[in-house]
Every structure is written in structure tokens, then in C-alpha cells.
Write a protein that binds this ligand. Structure first.
Ligand code: NAD
Length: 260
């Protein structure tokens, strides 16, 4: 079971978890397409992969823009011949109490997480079918695909939605060798989480240290953050798993915060 010589397109790969997935899959022999809104940061990831002897290109992609998604997927296929692995990872977080949640922010979260997963799946799966080899689709879910926390109604709704999408695509793609799974991280120190620490401290009237200990890590078995490497290694395992025995599943990687 390996990603060697596979082609992987990873959205949101210029930062945090997506970046680590790109570096890890490249180290394990995959050709990687770094797809992100941020071209300068994407190019740094590509340069790091190439310096280490790997293969990578970047594509500028807003995952909510159908034309940009289709163009990025086509560029990947032109460059590397196929797409075998899709990691739909791009994401943001916006927190508000529900009674103050701006509708525009609600729609932005849904668009990036849910529409983005739909559009990238629709574009990539055709190539997985056409190659005759099938492939592996991985959505970046969250412990919030299974559990709730205060202030995150839009994010939690979107991340729960990815479980439904994964199960639906697992059914559709299974007969043609396309597996679809969700990887669900606990809290990982990335820019997405660093931004929330002062925001939650203000909204809950707590110190930033207490937000980390009492909100983020209270229910883990050891008070530890999950790391980008923990998630990237799980993604590599799922991406390299070669049979439909593992499809339609979610795998929680969270220091025991969630034990579903
Ligand atoms: P991050 O902020 O470090 O990286 C997110 C990346 O997504 C950025 O490079 C950004 O440019 C890109 N992006 C944002 N909107 C985009 C769009 N419309 N099109 C293309 N790219 C876009 O965040 P992260 O923590 O690495 O998050 C990655 C994924 O992991 C997200 O889906 C997030 O919900 C999920 N997740 C994160 C944590 C955590 O604790 N960090 C926990 C569970 C799940």
C-alpha cells in the first residue's frame, strides 16, 4: 500500500495541515499539485518539495469557483497525466454566537468547505474513472464532524455535511474503484487555530491560556495538541489504502478528544 507514483491534488496546501500533507505525500513518492488561493505560499511549498527531490506544481485555485477548480484539475492532468488522490482540505473558521452570525459568513463557510468539496470531487472523479485505476478522495473533516462546540454553528454544520458527502460518493464511486473517506483532526496549531485563541478569549472572557487548556484540550487524554504530521501520516495511510474495504469512513485523530 503506497502513494508511490500516484498524483495527488491537495487544496489549501499552502499552509498548515494541507502543506504537511503535500510534503508527506511527496516524500512518499507522489507527484503533488499544491492548490491554494495564495500563490506565493504555494510556490514555497513546491520549492521545498523539488529541493528534496520530489515532483510538484502549484495551481491558483479558489475552491468555491467552478471555473478555477476545473482549470486547476485540468492543469494537474496535463502536467502529471492523471489524478489518483484528492485531498479536499481548504478551510476557514469564523466564530460568532448564532444570534449574531452574519449570513455572509455562514455562506462563506458553507461555500469553502461544502461547495469546495463538491466542486473538486466533481472535477477530479472523472479522471479517476477515465484512468481505470480509480482513486482516493479524502475530505478534511474535524472532531466537529461528530461533536459540537459553542460559537461554531456554521463550521460544525459544514463539517458534519462532509460525512454525508463522503458516504454518498463512496457508494457512487465504489464500483469504479474510488474510495472516499474523511480524516477528522482534533486541535492542531495552525494559523486557523492561532486566530481563534484571542477571539475565543474575548468572547468567553477567559485568558488565552485557559482557552487552550479548558476549551481546546480539556477533553483530550493528555492535554496535547494533534500535529500536522499526525494528520498528514493518516492522510498518507488512507490515500495509499488500495481496496474498497476502507471507504465511507471517518477517522478521528484527536488525542482521544472524540472516541467515535
Ligand atoms: P490554515 O489556515 O493553516 O490553512 C488553510 C489553507 O486553506 C490556507 O492556505 C488558505 O489559503 C486556504 N484556503 C482558504 N480558503 C480557500 C479557498 N477558497 N480556496 C482555496 N484555498 C483556500 O488552516 P488548517 O488548520 O491547516 O486547516 C486545514 C483544514 O483542516 C481545514 O479544512 C480545517 O477546517 C481543518 N481542520 C483544522 C483543524 C485545526 O485544529 N487546525 C482541526 C480540524 C480540522
Amino acid at each position: 500500500m503506497s502513494v508511490q507514483n500516484k498524483v495527488a491534488l491537495i487544496t489549501g496546501a499552502a499552509s498548515g495541515i494541507g502543506r504537511e500533507c503535500a510534503l508527506t505525500l511527496a516524500r512518499q513518492g507522489a507527484a503533488v499539485v499544491v492548490a491554494d488561493l495564495n500563490p506565493a505560499a504555494s510556490e514555497l511549498v513546491v520549492a521545498e518539495i523539488i529541493k528534496a527531490g520530489g515532483r510538484a506544481i502549484s495551481v491558483v485555485m479558489d475552491v468555491t469557483d467552478e471555473d478555477a477548480v476545473n482549470a486547476g484539475v485540468n492543469r494537474a492532468v496535463t502536467e502529471f497525466g492523471s489524478i489518483d488522490i484528492l485531498v479536499s482540505n481548504a478551510g476557514i473558521q469564523i466564530i460568532h454566537p448564532i444570534e449574531e452570525f452574519p449570513y455572509a459568513d455562514w455562506k462563506k463557510i458553507m461555500a469553502i468547505h461544502v461547495d469546495g468539496a463538491f466542486l473538486t470531487t466533481k472535477a477530479a472523479i472523472k479522471h479517476m474513472y477515465d484512468s481505470g485505476r480509480g482513486g482516493s478522495i479524502i475530505y478534511m473533516g474535524s472532531v466537529h464532524s461528530h461533536q459540537a462546540s459553542k460559537l461554531k454553528s456554521a463550521y460544525i454544520t459544514a463539517k458534519h455535511g462532509l460525512l454525508g458527502l463522503a458516504r454518498a460518493i463512496a457508494k457512487e464511486g465504489g464500483p469504479r474503484g474510488v474510495r472516499t473517506n474523511v480524516v477528522c483532526p482534533g486541535f492542531v496549531r495552525t494559523p486557523l487555530v492561532d486566530k481563534q485563541i484571542p477571539e475565543q478569549a474575548a468572547l468567553f472572557n477567559m485568558s488565552e491560556e485557559d482557552v487552550i487548556k479548558k476549551v481546546f484540550l480539556q477533553e483530550t487524554v493528555d492535554g496535547e495538541f494533534t500535529t500536522t504530521a499526525d494528520i498528514a501520516n493518516t492522510v498518507a495511510f488512507v490515500a495509499g489504502f488500495e481496496t474498497n474495504a476502507l471507504t465511507g469512513q471517518s477517522i478521528v485523530v484527536s488525542h482521544g478528544w472524540s472516541m467515535i
